[in-house]
Design a protein around this ligand. Structure first.
Ligand code: ADP
Ligand code: MG
Length: 723
């Protein structure tokens, strides 16, 4: 079948498809956490002492008593077997954005040849997948490929039911046999512990005698595109790169703003309900769903949870979105920029810190006391984001997210903080040394405190800021839709830990010198604003003025590409940050630089190869067919004495020529070798990418000239609007 026939067939099969069968999800109470080995289920089936010991580890971070593992393992297995499981899997999160799993059977053959299902504490607590094929950034050579997974008690085990069977899934960390973290969960747990320790120091200095362990929370808003699978299967770029490398913008894009929050198409709603039902069964609190800005783009947001659990759940959400889309004859694209010219997809990571005794520490509250505490924590975030802004840029640096950052739709690549006018005003006053009051509904309480009382009102929203305060949390808006949220959470927790430690040192020194608490807080916050106030920006982050001002006047970095951003991970001050807080050793940090730069280079090179092959084998032949039809028609007309001129032919011929010349150039460049990842990344960013764009511009121009019935690739119009 020729290319254009495939395209026509794709359209026909979509238009003729039978609607997905509707089935309304059951009652929430019946679905909720049905497939999770919850604390409540553990309490039912475990001896009291074992349950208490586990609960202590889960709730207050007490060390795991390994002796309880055997009892838990049997209970967990019995529960999973009662749900039909034959296999179990340690799930872990390697240095890609994916989830890895290795399945093992419960089967155990007895000496008499019979089998029983067996699962011991030893295999619950520790697994040993052959980890040699996971990125390790040079930590291991293949001859010492051993990797261990270890049970993370704080994230609940669950069963995953697919058409192919039921598997018990156990969230785990993944480390090398020398103990180095090879995954995204280990540093997340460590960063949380570091933050908790530093926050506890500060809270005690603020006068609290009872301070429960502090945990970070995360609520991630996931954007995604849905495209019919019939289209995706005839677009090698969508299949292999997750984005279109060619495609002329449709006459109608998102300019009418008629998609955002519009009526959800029926087929998509059936899909969403199916996704939500699966999420509820896994105890994932899906809460919000709506159409997004671009046609074909949607969002799902769960309610926030403890960061470690939210991060595991985020991975599951991505897995379930993809798998469910498939069942509905669609492909779910989590790429940050599947279609040029319409909005890309992000994953806003809402983040806060809090505990059982003081509550949300980023909630302004409504008493002066709580206000002081809030200002200390908020000030610590301001200091951290200024001091380590380039790190925040580096942890969201991927080849795909580079298409969003800095473009006029997503936050800029320059990291700044949006506080809102009211909070900004308070911090401005702090900087000037005297707080007179707060704007709006705020009540002054000068007699008690130099710090004002102000209402919770989140103030305005700013969609152009990469890092925005939104009432009782920060929203890191620059994270990419396909990314694991662990990296950004690790960075935020670690920089906060560093700032809180600094504040605790300052407070201790001032208090022991006899300075009164409020005066000490005021002077520390004043210093924070003097040193770090340059990071606060409430204006339009998309504007050219900001890009200029940020760099020239404020001294902020504009790390435009991943090639510019990733080397930050090698800087001494970043190495010190992670090792002082005990989150990543220098070796572990370096391995991340290695792994992520390799991923960047590979994804751009794969795309470049695809550009070459699609241009040569799909677009060039279509254009040639068009040219030969045109020439034949022109010469036939010529015989009749009609001369239509040859402009049409020349135009197409010139485009083909230019495209093929650039394709040859790109092909050549792909054979180059480099001595460092830094050089190689710069080459990808500044030579390969622009050349790929150039080839695309010729191809997209051809799409506007070549006869539609000869054009082999499903068009933007079709992919975005036909559902
Ligand atoms: P918007 O699109 O207006 O930013 P959404 O309601 O879509 O808001 O998403 C807000 C997200 O922030 C939700 O996941 C919500 O649970 C989360 N969130 C709310 N409070 C907190 C908090 N204290 N810590 C972390 N996330 C939070
Ligand atoms: Mg949001």
């Amino acid at each position: 079948m020729s290319g254009n026939e495939l395209r026509a067939q794709a359209i026909a099969s979509i238009t003729n498809r039978n609607p997905d069968s509707h089935h309304l999800p059951g009652r929430l109470e019946d679905l909720w956490a049905k497939d999770v080995f919850t604390l409540a289920k553990m309490q039912e089936c475990l001896p009291k002492s074992v349950f208490k010991s586990l609960q202590k580890t889960i709730k207050s971070g007490a060390p795991l008593d390994v002796s309880v593992a055997d009892v838990v393992a049997v209970a967990m297995k019995d529960w999973a077997v009662s749900k039909g499981a034959l296999y179990y899997s340690h799930m872990f999160y390697p240095l890609t954005n994916a989830t890895a799993e290795k399945h093992d059977g419960f089967i155990s053959v007895q000496s008499d040849g019979s089998v029983i299902s067996e699962f011991s504490g030893k295999v619950l607590v520790q697994g040993e997948p052959d980890g040699s094929s996971f990125p390790n950034g040079g930590i291991r050579s293949t001859f010492e490929a051993r990797g261990y997974t270890a049970w993370d008690v704080t994230s609940p085990a669950f069963v995953m039911e697919t058409e192919n069977g039921v598997t018990l899934c156990i969230p785990t960390v993944f480390v090398s046999w020398t103990g180095e973290a090879l995954d995204k969960k280990t540093p997340l747990l460590r960063s949380n512990a570091a933050m908790s320790k530093a926050a506890t120091r500060v809270l005690k200095l603020l006068g609290h005698t009872e301070v429960a362990p502090v945990n970070s929370s995360c609520g991630a808003e996931q954007e995604y595109f849905l495209v019919d699978a019939n289209f995706a299967s005839v677009r090698p770029d969508l299949l292999l790169a997750g984005r279109t490398l060619f495609g002329r913008p449709p006459a109608k894009g998102q300019q009418f703003d008629d998609h955002y929050f519009g009526v959800i198409p029926e087929r998509v709603q059936v899909f969403m309900q199916d996704v939500e039902e699966k999420l509820y069964r896994l105890g994932i609190p899906a809460k919000t769903r709506h159409n997004e800005v671009a046609p074909g783009q949607f969002e799902i947001a769960p309610m926030f949870e403890a960061a470690n659990v939210a991060s595991d759940h985020q991975q599951l959400i991505m897995t379930i979105l993809r798998a469910t889309a498939k069942q509905h004859g669609m492909v779910c694209l989590l790429h940050e920029k599947p279609f040029a010219g319409v909005n890309g997809s992000g994953k806003h990571v809402n983040w806060s810190v809090g505990n059982a005794t003081q509550g949300n520490l980023l909630d302004p509250g409504d008493t002066p006391h709580a206000n002081a505490q809030f200002l200390v924590f908020c000030g610590a975030v301001i200091r951290g984001v200024h001091k380590y802004g380039p790190l925040l840029r580096a942890v969201i640096a991927t080849a795909s997210n580079d298409h969003r950052l800095g473009a006029n739709e997503a936050p800029p690549a320059i990291i700044s903080i949006y506080l809102g006018s009211q909070l900004q005003d308070v911090f401005d006053q702090i900087a000037q040394g005297e707080v007179k009051g707060s704007q709006g509904k705020g009540v002054m309480n000068l007699g008690v405190d130099t710090l004002p009382v102000f209402p919770k009102d989140p103030g305005d929203r700013n969609r152009t800021s990469p890092f925005a305060f939104t009432g009782n949390r920060f929203e890191f808006r620059a994270v990419g839709s396909g990314q694991s949220v662990a990296g950004p959470l690790v960075a935020m927790n670690t920089i906060l830990a560093d700032s809180l430690d600094w504040m605790a040192d300052q407070l201790e020194a001032k208090l022991s010198a006899g300075v009164d608490l409020n005066a000490a807080i005021q002077s520390i916050l004043q210093e924070v604003m003097h040193q770090h106030g340059a990071i606060v920006f409430n204006g339009n982050g998309y504007s050219a003025e900001w890009h200029e001002m940020a760099v020239k006047e404020r001294g902020l970095l504009n790390l435009r590409t991943t090639a510019d951003a990733l080397p930050v991970l090698k800087e001494k001050y970043i190495e010190d940050l992670f090792s002082q807080e005990g989150v990543l050793t220098p070796v572990e940090l370096h391995s991340r630089f290695e792994a992520y730069s390799e991923q960047y280079i590979q994804s751009i090179e794969v795309e470049a190869k695809l550009v070459v092959s699609m241009a040569k084998t799909i677009i060039y032949p279509a254009a040639m067919r068009h040219l030969s039809e045109l020439s034949l028609a022109l010469s036939n007309l010529g015989e009749l004495g009609i001369d239509l001129g040859k402009e049409g032919v020349t135009l197409v011929a010139d485009l083909v020529k230019s495209m093929m010349a650039s394709v040859a150039e790109l092909s050549d460049l792909l054979t180059k070798h480099f001595s460092t990842p830094e050089e190689h990344m710069q080459f990808c960013a500044n030579t390969l990418r622009p050349l790929m764009d150039k080839i695309r511009s010729y191809a997209d121009a051809l799409e506007g000239e070549v006869a539609d019935d000869l054009w082999p690739l499903p068009t933007y119009q079709e992919m975005l609007f036909i559902k």
